[in-house]
Ligand binder design. Structure first.
Ligand SMILES: NC(=O)c1ccc[n+]([C@@H]2O[C@H](COP(=O)([O-])OP(=O)(O)OC[C@H]3O[C@@H](n4cnc5c(N)ncnc54)[C@H](OP(=O)(O)O)[C@@H]3O)[C@@H](O)[C@H]2O)c1
Length: 288
């Protein structure tokens, strides 16, 4: 049986439906029913239920957006840094293999050799390498908590999207915003991410840290062109002139925009389609 922590959330619910669709025995956990954030409660549950694998899709992202993390720091720090440490301890004590949903937002920009950041690079958008947002700082701390963890995957997700209408979907967000910031980013097709991360476990690739983004990078401007080509809107998009203007008018905290290299997971035998293909495919499906 596969256990999913945070199965009520945006990412966790996609794991749940993916596994159910494939007929794989799984159980979604919510703190409302079983307080997995409490160490002894979770340890007891693991000892009792003995799941084959645990997926931690729980965490604090901030609603309506990452700016909320600046206001709810205790909750954010707990969900993103303390909780993974507790899950590690409980999984290590019971020798339960598991995977943790992390984020690519611990990086800013792209490295000077012009390729994406790899798993060997140190986060450069974190409390140890400021400036950063409070959210990114806690996600980097979460990764630190899991360094050297036994039987543990750490999977970096970045700007999830797919064809479904949701205010958490990057493509839906672009369609809704009045003004956009043109930045370059790696993206993760959410269903590709869920399938690829679960394939890590199924294929028994080595435990460790993986960037799980569709290969390549996109700019906001490029995606807007594809949105128009797909006939999804007739509206004229307007853009902030600079990140400075964005921060003055719309944002409370700096956003991470970054390019990640996903060759480690692909070389380990878990394929991911190029970001342009994944993006245009989602837009086509949204338009139909
Ligand atoms: N969405 C994104 O854009 C994105 C991008 C990169 C990485 N991630 C990461 O993916 C994970 C899941 O994100 P999501 O977008 O699915 O978030 P979400 O929709 O807010 O769901 C997260 C779930 O985590 C559980 N949770 C446990 N402790 C929590 C706490 N202290 N504060 C808030 N929720 C807590 C909640 O479930 P119960 O209370 O029901 O247990 C909640 O439903 C997070 O670790 C996030 O950092 C998300």
């Amino acid at each position: 049986m596969i256990a999913i922590l945070g199965a009520t959330g945006y990412v966790g619910s996609h794991y749940l439906s993916y596994l159910r669709t494939r007929g794989i025995a799984c159980e979604g956990l919510s703190r409302a029913e079983l307080d997995y954030a409490d160490f002894s409660t979770f340890l007891g549950w693991l000892k009792d239920r003995r799941p084959d694998f645990v997926i931690n899709a729980a965490g604090y992202t901030g609603k309506p957006n990452v700016d909320a993390c600046e206001l709810n720091k205790a909750e954010c720090l707990f969900g993103n840094a303390v909780l993974p440490g507790r899950i590690r301890q409980a999984c290590e004590e019971t020798k339960t293999p598991w995977g943790h949903v992390s984020s690519g937002c611990v990086f800013q920009g792209r490295p000077s050799d012009n390729l994406g950041w790899t798993e060997d690079d140190q986060p450069n958008f974190s409390f140890r390498s400021p400036p950063c947002s409070f959210y990114s700082g806690t996600k980097a701390l979460g990764e630190e908590m899991l360094r050297g963890a036994a039987n543990c995957y750490v999977w970096r997700l970045r700007v999830p999207f797919n064809h479904e209408d949701s205010n958490r979907n990057y493509l839906t967000k672009l369609l809704q915003y009045d003004r956009l910031l043109d930045v370059e980013n790696s993206l993760s097709h959410l269903d590709d991410y869920v399938a690829a991360t679960f394939a890590c476990w199924e294929k028994q690739i080595p435990f460790g840290l993986y960037n799980v983004v569709n290969p390549g990078a996109v700019t906001t401007l490029q995606v807007v062109e594809w949105i128009k080509e797909a006939g999804l809107t007739a509206k004229e998009f307007s853009f902030f002139e600079s990140e400075r203007e964005f921060m003055q008018e719309a944002g409370r905290t700096p956003r991470s925009s970054c390019v990640l290299d996903s060759s480690k997971i692909i070389d380990a035998g878990v394929p991911l389609r190029p970001v342009e293909e994944a993006c245009r495919d989602s837009l086509r499906r949204m338009a139909n």
